[in-house]
Design a protein around this ligand. Sequence first.
Ligand code: ADP
Length: 501
Amino acid sequence: MTISTTVDRVPASLRDWLSKPRLMLIDGKWVQAKSGKTFEVQDPATEMLLANVAEGDAADVDAAVKAARKALDGPWGRISPSARGRIIHKIGDLILEHLDELAQLESLDNGKPFSVARVADVPLSADMFHYMSGWATKIEGKHIPLSTLAAPGQYLSYTRPEPIGVVGQIIPWNFPLLMAAWKLAPALATGCTAVLKVAEETPLSALKLGELLQEAGLPDGVVNIIPGFGETAGAALAAHPGVDKIAFTGSTEVGKLIVQAASRDLRKVSLELGGKSPNIILGDADIESAIAGATAGIFFNHGQCCNAGSRLFVQEKIFDKVAAGIAANAEKIRLGVGMDPDTEMGPLVSSVQHGRVNGYLKAGLEEGARALTGGAPLNAPGYFVKPTVLVDTHPDMKVVREEIFGPVLVATPFKEADDKLIAAANDTVYGLAAGVWSRDVAQAHRIANQIKAGTVWINCFHVFDSALPFGGYKQSGWGREMGQAVLSNYLETKAVTTKLA
Ligand code: ADP
């Protein structure tokens, strides 16, 4: 396997934008950090400098929260739902108008192939704004008849869903633009204002999105964007008393810190956290499509998906064939720089992730797992990891229990689709997603019903839609992203009762 580093990395159209220090968006203005500090953003494929970015901390977070409050109490709090919806729709349009530019930034900053960002990350981000724009005019309360307190008809009661207020949103680096869209679009649709803390590894596409929000006509201060580090900017946002609600996507470990910070004054929290998702292939499945689906299930986005199908369970009689098929697919995956049109898998996002994933591989092999393919570190610049399939694992191994967040599959055979299989699939602290592959529809649904996870895919994997709720059971999170369900993350319900007679 060779790593391509030959393609010119930065398109001419982006050179100027990247050569200037990128600032943060507070109250409709692009400003330096109050401390004057900046940090370097790296291209993970070459370890070269990509851009300098303003480094926000507690003082900038404070200014952003105040700006968000002012906007909520000001024009945004008074805008009609329809006008709000039109602005949100326009943001979706502008994302599509800047499709190539955003996909290039995503590829350079995160390492993912441009070709993937162009058909997945960016259009899905636009779709989230388009989908949510429709909800702006459909957030309705209910008339509720009372029976306990009064004779029928004596009271009129109704509910009013109201924006929760100023929301602090903290997002990760694996889908930088899409995670910004998942957070901002519903916050705007429900009438909230936001302070978005983007991941330190990948701030660039969200900063470009900030320019598009302004172009779409979003009033100053409605969305404020702070690049900066977790322990400083992120922690300050999670603990800020002016924030009414924190929405977080990231690791379960940091999710617990967010809850601690927010619990001091009982601020509301929603969390989309880690996963160790089971992908179950039954003996009667269409083997070719199951092999293709399981390959994509673990290796899409280099395995850096919270919902990655990282624990594969295959019925004994087809185990060798399926494991070998996935390993063969893994070997064909072309690693390279994201901007190279031939690249199918880029580098991991950072040296930290690279070290972490290689550490898991070492631990897995030392504990007795066997690599059908991959497993060994690559000697090359950039944070590349060979797609890896591990077999001969047992349930207590670190590689089986912990989220690796890299291109590493653990594959295990099972005898029957019985309670033992379900117990093994559910034997994890996580509960984000699962896959089931079978031609027996009734059996597949029976298994889907017993899996403790927020998403179950049958005969497919990684199917996302702005209309489908996504989120976790157990330690994979609180609340749901996307769909109608996400609206409740950003709304309070008020019950109003009037005495009629
Ligand atoms: P990962 O392990 O995938 O890098 P993290 O959970 O560490 O994910 O990071 C996700 C987001 O949380 C990033 O924006 C990061 O800066 C932020 N973050 C990290 N630590 C903290 C913290 N202590 N408080 C608030 N945010 C944090």
